[in-house]
Ligand binder design. Sequence first.
Ligand code: NAD
Length: 478
Amino acid sequence: MVSSNTKNPKRKCPELTYSARPSSNHFSESEVTKKIRSGELKVAIYGLGHVGSPMASAWLRAGAHVIGVDKSPTVSESARKGKSHLPEPGVNEAFASGLATKRFEIYNDLVKASHHSYLKMICVPVLFSDNNSPDFTAVNEVSSAIGKGLKKGDVVALNPSVPPGTTEDLVLPIIEKESGLEVEDNFYMLYNPERIYEGCAIKDIEERYPAIISGAGPKSTEVGRIIYSLIFKKGVLSVSNIRTAETEKLLEGVYRDVNIALANELAKFCEKIGVNFWEARDAANSQPFCHLHKPGVGVGGACIPVYPQFILHSAEQVKGSCDITKLARAVNDAMPAFCVKEAIKLLEPKKDISLDRITVTLLGLAFRGGVSDTRKSPTYQVIKEFQKMQVKEIRVHDPMVKADPTLVQAQNVVLSSTLNGAIKGTDLIMIVADHNEYRTLTPKDIDGVPIYDGRSILDRTIFDHSTYATIGIGSINK
Ligand SMILES: NC(=O)c1ccc[n+]([C@@H]2O[C@H](COP(=O)([O-])OP(=O)(O)OC[C@H]3O[C@@H](n4cnc5c(N)ncnc54)[C@H](O)[C@@H]3O)[C@@H](O)[C@H]2O)c1
C-alpha cells in the first residue's frame, strides 16, 4: 500500500486524534506545525555531513530551531562559525542566518541534544566494511545517545541508506532499551531515506522529490507526514512499512549500478565490433522504453557502489541470490583497469617509450564532476593500476579537491594545484571525473598530449584519432 498527499497538496489534513495520549507532549497537527516553525519544538540533526548539513539547512530555512551534532571537531567548529566544511550550495547561508537569529546551535553532547529536541534525525552513515558486512558503529552510538535523552512524545527518524530491517531490528530496540519508552505509545519512530544529489541537495529536499517515509506504526507515520510536509514541497509519500522504505532506497541505487554496468558492457561490445556506442545509444534512447545510461571509468561515491552490497548481504542472510546485482558490481569495478589499459594504447605509436619514464595526469579526484566528495572515487583505482605499471609519476588534478591525506602517502603521486601545472610536460592524460572545467579542453590546451576521455565529455571532432580515445569508440576513426 502506498499513499501520498502529493497528488492533492491542498487537501486539508485532519487534526490528529490519538487513541492513547500518555503525555502532554503529544501534539495536534496544527500545534506541531506551529511549534516547529516558531522554534519551540527543536530539531536535532546528528551528523552534519553531505546529508545532515543540507537537511539542517532546510529546517533552518523553514524557520525551525536546529541543534547540530557532529563528533568531528572540524565539522562542529566550522558549523559554529556559520560554515560547512562542504561546498554544498546554500548551506553556509543557512548556517550563518541560523546563528544570527539564534536558531542554530552546535552541541558536543549527543544525549543533551536529544533531551533538548523534539525531532531527532540520524544522518550519520552506515558504511560497508572491508570484511563484507555493514558497519553500524555510528548509527549504534547515536541511537544509544538519543535513547538516553528521549522524552515522551519525541520523534526519531533514521535517514541513512541501510540494509532492510535495520530500523526495526537494530535502532528501535536500542532506543527503547535506553529510554525505557515504547514506540507508538510513548514516542514515534520513522525511516526516511535521504535522496539528495550532492551539489543540489537543498533543492532536492525542498523542491524536487517527495519525502519517502514509513513509521513503526500508524501514529508514527502520521506524525512523519505532518513533520516532513513542512520542508518537502513535493509532499510525503508514505509506504506501508519501514522495511519497504529501507528497500526502496537501495533499489534506486542498484537500478543505477546495474544500468551503468549494462552501458559499460555494451560500450565495450560496440568498440569490439567497430560501432560508435554513443551514436547507437542516442538512436536507441529515442525509443521511449530505452534508457541506456552512460558508460565510464568507474562508479564511485558513498552511495551507488555501496547499496548493492547491502542488497547482496541481505540476500545472503536469507539464502537468496541477486546475481545481476553482483555481476553489475563486478563489471563496474573492472572499469578503471579496463580504461587504463585502453589509455596506455595511446602511447603505442611512440615505440621507444618506456612506462617507467612516463608521467601520467589524471583529471578529477572527486567521484564525479561538480562535487568535492572523493569517497570511493574510481581515481584511486586508476592510480593503483598505473602504479602496477610502474609509471614514473602520477599527477592528479581536481578543481574542487585541494588536499587529500591518502595521496600524500601514495608513492609517486602528487596532487597538482593548477590544471596547467598538471598538464605541462606530461606524457598521457586521462579524464576521470566529468568536471565542467575539463569539458572545453582542446588539443592546443594540452599541447597535443594523448588523452583518454574516461567520461566522454570532450568534443572529439577536434581531436586527432591517434591522440584521443574514449569508452565506446576506442581511438576515433579506428
Ligand atoms: N552523500 C550523499 O549524496 C547521500 C545521498 C543519499 C543518502 N546518503 C546516505 O546518508 C548517509 C550519510 O552520508 P553522508 O554522505 O552525509 O556522510 P558524511 O560522511 O558526509 O557525513 C556524516 C557525518 O556524521 C558524522 N558522524 C559520524 N559518526 C558520528 C557519531 N557517532 N556521532 C556524531 N556524528 C557522527 C561525521 O563526522 C560526518 O560529518 C550514508 O549512509 C549514505 O548512504 C548519502
